[in-house]
Write a protein that binds this ligand. Structure first.
Ligand code: MN
Length: 271
């Protein structure tokens, strides 16, 4: 059954995540035969650990990898990507709070766009553990590769977790040393950060700043709120530093405002 693992892990009465309509999956799979481009997205997921879920449309579902550190635009920085269960195509626009159960936390739509395989046969490439592709998103663009490193399949280095892959940027005009996850941390759907998504989705929880319910789910949500608040505080600190830097930098307008973040140094950090 398509999406069996996805459905097994979730209780759709408790989660706002889409269950996945088989008709939609069939339509998308059919569309793929003639479409030049397919959908892709990256969801920033603040759960027990912060990670980025990288998803590529294929055969009516979203192939999915959990990338703990998020994608890097630097070809030298290979990012671990754990292959996880396929997700329904409808998941691609999801943003919100998962209050309890599997994946409990906050999901932000961090990037969306289209992708094109750079190989003629995606299934063969997946089997081999070497999928080259081109992305056209808001934040991620150009040529990339997913390489399987674990397991015993062809292309794997042997041993380790069979789900282990690496997400690597190829050298091209879209590669660079900008840390894209800190440079562009916000949602491409709502424009907000985690706490904005939480505030929009669960205003009661956000306002009282404590879980709506007791028990494990409540404790989990409390932790998430704490983390969202900590991230917010961190972000504020960075912004304040940026302002200070701008003020200091009077007369250096030529440096431009775009690179303000890059040029910021923490005042307490020894050089
Ligand atoms: Mn996730």
């Amino acid at each position: 059954m398509v999406l069996e693992k996805y459905k097994q892990k979730r209780n759709f009465r408790a989660t706002p995540e889409p269950a996945g309509d088989p008709k939609v999956a069939a339509e998308r799979a059919k569309r793929q035969e003639t479409a030049k481009e397919r959908f892709f997205c990256v969801q920033k997921h603040l759960a027990s650990h912060l990670h980025y879920d990288f998803r590529l449309e294929h055969n009516g579902v979203l192939l999915s990898w959990a990338v703990p550190k998020g994608p890097s635009l630097d070809p030298k920085t290979k990012r671990l990507a754990m292959h996880v269960e396929d997700h329904p195509i409808e998941y691609g626009t999801f943003e919100g709070v998962i209050p309890e159960g599997y994946g409990a936390g906050i999901v932000m739509l961090w990037d969306v766009g289209t992708w094109k395989p750079e190989v003629p046969d995606v299934d063969a490439a997946l089997k081999k553990g070497d999928l080259k592709f081109t992305l056209d998103g808001y934040k991620l663009k150009g040529s990339w590769v997913l390489v399987r490193t674990g397991g015993r399949g062809p292309g794997a280095y042997g041993g380790g977790d069979a789900r282990s892959w690496l997400l690597i940027k190829h050298k091209d005009e879209w590669a660079g040393d900008v840390d894209i996850t800190t440079f562009a941390p916000l949602s491409v759907k709502s424009g907000g950060d985690f706490e904005n998504i939480l505030a929009a989705d669960k205003p009661d929880v956000w306002v009282s700043n404590r879980p709506a319910k007791g028990g494990e789910a409540g404790a989990m949500l409390a932790k998430i709120i704490e983390r969202a608040a900590a991230l917010k505080a961190q972000g504020k600190g960075e912004k304040a530093e940026g302002k200070r830097h701008k003020a200091e930098g009077k007369g250096h307008k030529a440096e431009g405002t775009k690179n303000t973040k890059k040029a910021v140094r923490h005042p307490k950090k020894p050089r």
